[in-house]
Ligand binder design. Structure first.
Ligand code: GLY
Length: 560
C-alpha cells in the first residue's frame, strides 16, 4: 500500500521509535496524508484507526477501532462505560448522527440527589455508583457498524492487544492516574488495574486483563457481550455492592438512537452536526447564524471587535440553551424556532458595539458539565468523514471500575440539572427541560462537526471541554473559515468562552493581553483558567488530509 505519511512536526516522544509499538511510540501533532487520517487524544488510538484502514476499512471502521483503543489507552475519558455521539458524512452523500448518550436508570428520580430539606447533596451526582448513567458507548459502536466495511471481530483486535499485552503510559497519564489514586481507593469495592501503591511514572506498562476479557466477550457475543450475560451481571453486581441503580433490565433495554442531523449553511459551506440531546448542534447553528452578517474576517483574528461579537453571540446561545434544551424524547424543545434564520438574526438586535452586554435580565440558568470528554476525527480518501465525541463526564467518570470487568463507569448523571431552577452544587442554575427522569438522556454540549464544501468533507472537528465545547468548536471553525488560520494555528490558538452565566469571559492563561484590555474597557469581566478544550481537526485540501492534534495534551495524528 502506498505510504505517503509526512510528519512535519514532532511534539513529544515516549522513548520513541516504531510507529506501531505500544511500548515505544511518539506523539505526532501534525500529519499530512492522502489515503486516511485519524486524530485522537492518544497516539496508540489514532494508530489503531490507521491499522484497520490499512486492512481495507473506511473512516467508520477507523472511528470504531479508535474508540475501542481509547477505552484502553486513555482511561480518563475513552470508555466502554460512558456514552457519546457520532456525526458521519458518507461517501454517497448521506449524513448520519448517532446518539449513544447515557440514560438515567429506571430507578432514577428527579430529586435523587437532594437531602430531605430539598438541598443538593454535594458530590452525590459526581462520585461513585449513584452517579452512573446506563452506558451507551458499546451500543453506539454496534450502531455504527453497518457503515463500516470490516467486522467487529477485526476492529476490536488493537484494543484487545493493548489491554492484554499492555502499553507504556505517557507522563500526562501517569500524573493523571497519580492524582486520582485516593479517589480510586475510596470509591471502588475491589482493586483494579489503575490502583498502585507506588506512584505511576512515564513508561510504566499498564496491563488490563479484566478489560481484555470484557472486550473478548464483546468480540464473541456482540452487543449481548456487554448488555447481557457476564458483563451485564458484573455491572449489576458492582452496583449492588454500593448504592448504584443500574439493573439488568436497564442494560438490556438500552438502545443507540439514529437522530436527524442538524444541517445548515454558513456562507458557501454546509455544516453537519449533532442534534439533541446534545445542545451542541443547535447552539453552533445559532452562533454561526448570529455572526454571519458581520465582517469578521475584515475585523481580524482576536481583534476586540471580532471577540466582542462572538462573546455576545455566545451569551445569547447559552441563554437559549439553558432555557429550552433537553432530551427531545422527554421534553418539547422548540428547535424549529430556535434555529429559524429570522429568530437567530433578531437575537442580535440589542447588540451594542460600544459596551458589554448583560446577562442579568435573562431568566433561567445553565448546566454544569465537566471537562473530561474526548474527541476523534477521521477522514478517508473515498469521501467518508467521521466526528465522534465521547465521554465518561469527569476525569475517569465516577471513578468506579466494574469489578472483574475492568472498565470505568461514567458520572454522567451530573449533566442533568440536579435541582431545576435552583443553583446546583457548583453554584450554577439548571432548568426544568433537563430535570432527571427515568430513561431520559442528560443534556450534553458535545459538538462533533463536519464542514462540507461543494458537498465534499472539508473539515472534521470537535473537542472535549464541558460547556466550553460549543464555543471551542465555534472558534476553531471561525479561525479556519473566517480568519484563514492554518489547522494547527486554529487548534492551538488560545480560546475564550462566555456561557451567559456567570456573566464573564473566560480566557486561557496565555491569551494575548491587548484585546482583553480593550474588552475590559467596554465593561467585560475577564477571568483566566488553564486549558480550554483539546480540539482535533482534519482539513481536506484537494485530497490532501491535514490532521492536527491539539498541543494541550497527548493528542496525536496519524495517517497514510
Ligand atoms: N459530559 C460532557 C458533555 O456531555 O457535554
Amino acid at each position: 500500500m502506498r505510504t505517503v505519511l509526512l510528519a512535519f512536526m514532532l511534539c513529544s516522544c515516549l522513548h520513541v521509535f516504531a510507529q506501531d509499538d505500544a511500548f515505544h511510540y511518539k506523539i505526532e501533532k501534525e500529519v499530512k496524508a492522502s489515503q486516511g487520517a485519524v486524530v485522537s487524544a492518544h497516539p496508540l488510538a489514532s494508530l489503531a484507526g490507521i491499522e484497520v484502514m490499512k486492512q481495507g476499512g473506511n473512516a467508520i471502521d477507523a472511528a470504531i477501532a479508535t474508540q475501542l483503543a481509547l477505552a484502553v489507552v486513555y482511561p480518563a475519558a475513552g470508555n466502554l462505560g460512558g456514552g457519546g455521539f457520532m456525526v458521519a458524512h458518507l461517501k454517497d452523500g448521506k449524513n448520519v448522527t448517532l446518539d449513544y448518550r447515557e440514560a438515567a436508570p429506571a430507578r432514577a428520580s428527579r430529586d435523587m440527589y437532594l437531602d430531605t430539606a430539598g438541598n443538593p447533596i454535594r458530590n452525590l451526582s459526581i462520585d461513585g455508583h449513584l452517579a452512573c448513567g446506563v452506558p451507551g458507548t458499546v451500543a453506539g459502536l454496534f450502531a455504527s457498524l453497518p457503515y463500516a466495511k470490516l467486522p467487529m471481530k477485526k476492529l476490536i483486535v488493537p484494543a484487545i492487544r493493548l489491554a492484554e499485552k499492555g502499553f507504556a503510559i505517557t507522563a500526562a497519564e501517569a500524573r493523571s492516574l497519580n492524582s486520582t489514586q485516593a479517589q480510586f481507593k475510596k470509591l471502588n469495592t475491589e482493586d483494579n488495574a489503575f490502583m498502585k501503591d507506588t506512584p505511576w511514572k512515564e513508561g510504566d506498562i499498564l496491563i488490563q486483563e479484566d478489560l481484555a476479557n470484557t472486550l473478548k466477550r464483546i468480540r464473541d457475543k456482540g452487543l449481548a457481550g456487554f448488555y447481557e450475560g457476564e458483563t451485564a451481571r458484573l455491572i449489576v453486581d458492582e452496583m449492588q455492592r454500593a448504592d448504584g441503580l443500574i439493573t439488568l433490565e436497564d442494560l438490556k433495554s438500552y438502545r443507540a438512537v439514529d437522530r436527524t442531523p442538524v444541517v445548515f449553511n454558513y456562507k458557501q459551506y454546509q455544516i453537519v452536526t449533532m442534534p439533541l440531546p446534545s445542545s451542541g448542534g443547535v447552539a453552533l447553528q445559532q452562533l454561526m447564524g448570529m455572526v454571519a452578517p458581520y465582517r469578521l474576517s475584515a475585523w481580524g483574528f482576536h481583534s476586540v471587535k471580532s471577540m466582542q461579537l462572538m462573546i455576545e453571540a455566545e451569551r445569547r446561545a447559552y441563554a437559549d440553551r439553558a432555557q429550552f434544551l433537553g432530551d427531545p424524547d422527554f421534553v418539547k424543545v422548540p428547535v424549529k424556532q430556535l434555529t429559524d434564520a429570522a429568530y437567530i438574526r433578531s437575537r442580535m438586535n440589542d447588540f451594542d458595539t460600544t459596551k458589554a452586554g448583560s446577562s442579568q435580565a435573562v431568566k433561567a440558568g445553565n448546566v454544569h458539565e465537566s471537562d473530561e470528554t474526548t474527541h476523534l476525527s477521521v477522514m478517508d480518501a473515498a469521501g467518508n468523514a467521521v466526528a465522534v465525541t465521547t465521554t465518561l463526564n469527569g476525569g475517569y467518570g465516577s471513578r468506579v471500575v466494574v469489578g472483574s470487568a475492568g472498565f470505568l463507569l461514567n458520572n454522567e448523571m451530573d449533566d442533568f440539572s440536579v435541582k431545576p431552577g435552583v443553583p446546583n452544587m457548583y453554584g450554577l442554575v439548571g432548568n426544568e427541560a433537563n430535570a432527571i427522569q427515568p430513561g431520559k438522556r442528560m443534556l450534553s454540549s458535545m459538538t462533533p462537526t463536519i464542514v462540507l464544501k461543494n458537498q465534499i468533507p472539508y473539515i472534521v472537528a470537535g473537542t472535549p471541554g464541558g460547556s466550553t465545547i460549543i464555543t471551542s468548536v465555534f472558534q476553531t471553525l471561525m479561525n479556519l473559515l473566517e480568519f484563514d488560520l492554518s489547522p494547527k494555528e486554529a487548534v492551538d490558538a488560545p480560546k475564550f468562552h462566555h456561557q451567559w452565566l456567570p456573566d464573564e469571559v473566560v480566557v486561557e492563561e496565555d491569551f494575548e493581553k491587548a484585546p482583553l484590555e480593550g474588552l475590559e474597557k467596554m465593561g467585560y469581566k475577564i477571568t483566566s483558567r488553564g486549558h480550554i478544550g483539546r480540539t482535533e481537526v482534519i482539513r481536506n485540501v484537494n485530497g490532501q488530509l491535514e490532521a492536527v492534534g491539539d498541543k494541550r495534551g497527548d493528542d496525536s495524528a496519524a495517517g497514510f
